[in-house]
Write a protein that binds this ligand. Structure first.
Ligand SMILES: *Cc1c(COP(=O)(O)O)cnc(C)c1O
Length: 357
């Protein structure tokens, strides 16, 4: 590796995070959500670390097949079901649990020629108005599905839009309860936020994603700081250049940052083409040579610039943590107007990844 940037995945932290989920939802089974290439961590790299899970949830057929080819025999939940009818033979072959959110999917499943019934998650729209059947249709779809020979085990599924808010699931949960009245059904409702903060919504299967990777579903690290969750991904690099500024000197594209006095600036090998957010403003936290400091100037494609005032001993080759244990990905994200989810998913393929057992 010549260029110093590297992403390290702490697999022990990931195992720990699954344990935290188990403790938070001791009576539920766990779908570990590994969509989007395990939130940018690399499905093939991390799935076996999570192999004590009860099932994996994702939404891309290629990723489901990869898990089967690697030997995963447990359940796989396809969160959005099949996108086209011609995928059904593969759902059958690889024994995938399918979500059903639309009428056309119900018809397609009814008419498919399968070797064995598929387990089905009936997706209810509890207020997010993205995918799913509205509450008033749940009973009739449920009865319809019960009569279809291709339908195996049936579970009611919903997804919360505001589970990170204290009262955020009250209304949707009431809608779900109303829709489920009289149905003897298993339920899967809880994303990470509901898994952590709304035990009344745990039911049979929880579906945590972001907390397995050690970031906060609210986007604020302080909300999970005492939960025992640990960041899995660290993005580290080095200082590859130093500039000594005088008052009035500027840094980087657009000359956005202007020094007000003498100032040492470190140039870091890491930019938006590595997945560091270009929208990071001056003042975004960064850890240099063991000291917390801040970015200054616009992030470039391959470099970013940091204030070395608090780290007088830093020089060429000094270690830089862009995010990880010292600087939380949530803090970089919130400074940049986004969430940890987006940053981890956007880790660029050019960044070498090292696994830490
Ligand atoms: C992504 C997703 C999850 C996991 O969400 P987190 O906020 O990462 O825990 C759960 N359920 C569904 C349907 C999803 O799409």
């Amino acid at each position: 590796m010549s260029r110093p940037i590297v992403a390290t995945l702490d697999l022990g932290a990931m195992r720990n995070n699954l344990q935290v989920v188990r403790q938070a939802a001791p009576h539920s089974r766990v779908w570990s959500v590994v969509k989007a290439n395990a939130y940018g961590h690399g499905l093939d790299r991390v799935w076996s670390t999570l192999s004590t899970t009860d099932g994996f949830a994702l939404l891309n057929l290629e990723e489901a097949i990869l898990l089967r080819e690697r030997g995963w025999k447990g359940p796989i939940l396809m969160l959005e079901g099949f996108f086209h009818t011609d995928e059904l033979p593969l759902f059958d072959k690889y024994r995938l649990t399918t979500s059903l959110h639309s009428n056309w999917q119900v018809k397609a499943l009814a008419n498919a020629r399968l070797n064995a019934p598929l387990d089905v998650y009936l997706k209810m729209n509890s207020g997010m108005n993205r995918l799913g059947f509205t509450a008033d249709r749940v009973h009739s779809i449920w009865r319809q599905l019960r009569a279809i020979a291709n339908v195996g085990q049936l579970t009611l599924m919903a997804h919360f839009a505001d589970a990170e808010q204290p009262g955020g699931i009250v209304e949707p949960l009431a809608r779900i309860e109303q829709a489920a009245e009289g149905l003897d059904c298993m339920r899967s409702l809880s994303n990470s936020a509901a898994t952590m903060w709304h035990p009344e919504a745990h039911y049979d299967w929880v579906r945590p994603g972001i907390i397995l990777y050690g970031a906060s579903p609210s986007g604020q690290w302080r909300d999970i700081a005492n939960s025992g969750l640990k960041p899995v991904m660290s993005l580290r690099s080095e200082i590859i250049g130093i500039q000594n500024l005088k008052a009035g000197d500027t840094v980087g594209y657009g000359s956005r940052y202007r020094a007000t006095g003498e100032q040492r600036i470190g140039i870091v090998a890491g930019g938006y083409a590595d997945g560091y957010p270009r929208h990071a403003p001056d003042g975004t936290p960064v850890h240099v040579d063991g000291v917390l400091t801040r970015t200054v100037g616009t992030v470039s494609m391959d470099m970013l610039t940091v204030d070395l005032t608090p780290c007088p001993h830093a020089g060429i080759g000094s270690p830089v943590e862009l995010w990880g244990n010292e600087v939380k990905i949530d803090d970089v994200a919130s400074a940049s107007g986004t969430v940890g989810y987006e940053l981890m998913c956007a880790l660029a393929p050019r960044v070498p990844v090292v696994l830490q057992a």
